[in-house]
Design a protein around this ligand. Structure first.
Ligand code: WT7
Length: 649
């Protein structure tokens, strides 16, 4: 297991504690400390009680069927996710309440009330149906952060089709891999997306991605117009606006889905080069996200929830779309970057719409720190009452800065640990109950059986570190990996029988608070985005000049981790700055800009064991300037000295 040794040092010195204020405690949805013990004693009863907050067409006959590692939650129950997120709020007092407040990058904005959103979703469901989409089909959605994105997702859910959203920052080849793996024959995209005033060529990428696949239908949402340089292909491509204008305005009946029917696929990186299609089902996922919305975020009727993530990641699926909407709140979605046109963009959005909850990533907070508090201070943020973070371990300095400059020391800070696979927050404070410590995600949520164990699977106990595990099933857990159940079993349940292995290292302090140390596998967390080292390596060796590549994550002040690639070139290629620049661009074009290596280091040889395994641990030590660890297993020890010299240069 290899985790950032600097992190543990800092964390162990951290002794600040913040108890919930009496005022916050008194009004909190969850304020009875006994909830932890009650849920622990009978998790199924706890989840069944939470499930009452959703609307079911038919109740369950059994809460859980657990045949490790396969879980079925709310057996035999029927429901529809879009009905729960939208339609049930259209009846009664929420009918004309803002469901989605959308802020466009160039400053345009739109508000959809629950009733308006419902009408759009129904029209979109008619459109998709008329294009041949049926229950169980996979619909690939490759859109920027515009309202048509949640509308498309909800339309799929209404029909019972499975959505597979691909983040708009992914390149054509990554989109193609996901389309092929999901065996999808329809893509919903836009002509282009805005990014800091520039255009992201989504339609052109889509054209490239679908070439030679079974995609026969592409729906294109006009967003940027001529600047996108998009061409429509006759017979295959359809203009979203034209289809929506012609669509039936009749209510679309919500498909009665089984609780275990798939709601969506979302791809994430793993140890091998091939991304995994994480499978989430309808009932359990909706119960998990709705519960955490009310518990961790203390969501109430009047809350304006602003999550700054992109819907292309699980954070956006859960805490922009399904969570806030299932709870009938108002969700804010923003199309652009935090610094376009100015560095106060988030704060101006919070002030403009009176956001009460703000949820962002530690990497963003570290960026705000670098920019300075003056951008925050320009705005009245007094509407805020709760702050959250997610995506990577938060350093105590960033936690404190967030607490002081954004929360004005009045807002509880919830550091939420979870993953694409878990569907919703797993380890996080309950803001009306749990005392927080800057840098710790604190303790598992009620109903979640987390532990930290050693190599044999035994609990390490307070004061020790080891593998983070989840010992019991939970409703919003992934059900499998799309098309590869064996990979699901091996990756997540292969090390400890019947126990879920998330792939993170963790330390328990003396109060048994959990301090996440970072990934223990070959996954790099760059600005809260998961990138597989193998994916970057295969992109690099796909370049004609590259013989071999080894990719590692090294610690980085703002991004958390940055990608360093050690590369050996083929005979005849010149290892110079021009080639390094070309290789960085090559990776960005193959995967997406977030995978662009921070630095390329050319070397004549990579450090390998005698069995020819690349020693990544040594490469990490070199990149982080640490004393080199044990080199006795190296085939050729001189390689390390050579590399150290190269890295210094
Ligand atoms: C990995 C999951 C869940 C939404 C965003 C990322 C890391 C996530 C925390 C946190 C420390 C965290 C873990 C995890 N991570 N949240 N609060 N503290 N680490 O989802 O792309 O599936 O990545 O992100 O390493 O395994 P993801």
């Amino acid at each position: 297991m290899s985790v950032d040794p600097n992190r543990l040092d800092t964390l162990l010195k951290e002794d600040r504690k913040f108890a919930p204020s009496e005022a916050f405690r008194a009004q909190a949805n969850f304020n009875d400390p006994d909830i932890y013990d009650k849920a622990l004693a009978d998790p199924e009863a706890y989840w069944a009680e939470q499930a009452q907050n959703l609307s079911w067409f038919k109740p369950w006959t059994k809460v859980l069927e657990w045949n490790p590692p396969h879980a079925k939650w709310f057996v035999d129950a029927k429901l529809n996710a879009a009905y729960n997120a939208v339609d049930r709020h259209r009846q009664g007092p929420r009918k004309n309440k803002a469901a989605i407040i959308w802020e466009g990058e160039p400053g345009d904005s739109k508000v959809f009330t629950y009733d308006m959103l419902g009408r759009e979703v129904d029209k979109a469901a008619h459109v998709l149906t008329s294009l041949g989409v049926k229950r169980g089909d996979r619909v690939t959605i490759y859109l920027p952060m515009i309202p048509e994105l949640p509308i498309s997702m909800l339309a799929c859910a209404k029909i019972g089709a499975i959505h597979s959203v691909v983040f708009g920052g992914f390149a054509a080849a990554s989109l193609r891999d996901r389309i092929l793996d999901a065996d999808s024959n329809i893509v919903i995209t836009a002509d282009g997306g805005w990014r800091r005033g520039g255009v992201v060529p989504l339609k052109n990428n889509t054209d490239e991605a679908v070439e030679g696949t079974s995609v026969d239908t592409v729906v294109v949402v006009p967003r940027v117009g001529k600047a996108a340089g998009a061409q429509m292909v006759d017979g295959r491509d359809h203009d979203w606006n034209e289809l929506m204008a012609k669509a039936s305005t009749a209510p679309f009946p919500a498909a009665e889905m089984d609780a275990e029917d798939i709601l969506y696929l979302l791809y994430t990186s793993g140890t091998t080069g091939k991304p995994k299609g994480i499978v989430h089902t309808t009932g359990g996922y909706m119960v998990g996200v709705n519960t955490s919305m009310r518990s961790v975020f203390d969501l109430k009727e009047d809350d304006i929830h602003f999550c700054s993530a992109d819907i292309g990641w699980v954070t956006g699926h859960t805490y922009i779309v399904y969570g806030p909407l299932s709870a009938g709140a108002t969700t804010v979605m923003y199309e652009g970057a935090p610094d376009f046109p100015d560095r106060d963009r988030f704060w101006s959005i919070i002030e403009k719409y009176g956001a009460t909850i703000f949820y962002t990533a530690p990497t963003s907070i570290r960026t705000f720190m670098k920019w300075g508090p003056q951008h925050v201070e320009k705005h009245d943020l007094s509407s805020l009452r709760l702050l959250g973070t997610v995506g990577e371990p938060i350093n105590p300095e960033a936690w404190m800065w967030y607490h002081v400059h954004v929360g004005k020391e009045q807002c509880p800070v919830v550091d939420t640990w979870w993953q694409t696979e878990t569907g919703c927050a797993m380890i996080a404070p309950l803001p009306g109950i749990t005392e927080t410590k800057p840098g710790s995600a604190t303790r598992p949520l009620p109903g979640i059986a987390v532990d930290v164990v050693d190599e044999n699977g035994d609990s390490v106990g307070a004061g020790n570190g080891g593998y983070l595990v989840i010992k019991k099933p939970w409703p919003s857990m992934l059900r499998t990996v799309w098309g590869d159940d064996e990979r699901f079993q091996n990756t997540y349940f292969g090390k400890f029988d019947g126990t879920y292995l998330p792939g993170d290292g963790a330390h328990l302090d003396d109060d048994s608070y959990i301090w996440i140390l970072g990934r223990i596998d070959d996954v790099i967390n760059v600005s809260g985005h998961r990138i597989g080292t193998m994916e970057v390596e295969s992109a690099l060796v796909g370049h004609q000049a590259v013989a071999e590549a080894a990719v590692i994550g090294r610690s980085h002040d703002v991004k958390g981790q940055a990608i360093t690639a050690f590369v050996t070139v083929k005979e005849g290629a010149t290892a110079d700055d021009a080639l390094a620049a070309e290789l960085k661009q090559h990776v960005a074009a193959a995967i997406g800009a977030m995978a662009r290596p921070e630095e390329i280091i050319f070397t004549a040889e990579l450090p390998k064991t005698r069995s020819a395994k690349i020693m990544r641990r040594l490469l990490r030590d070199i990149a982080e300037g640490r004393v080199i660890g044990d080199t006795t297993t190296l085939a050729d020890a001189s390689v390390v000295e050579e590399l150290k010299k190269l890295y210094k240069d």
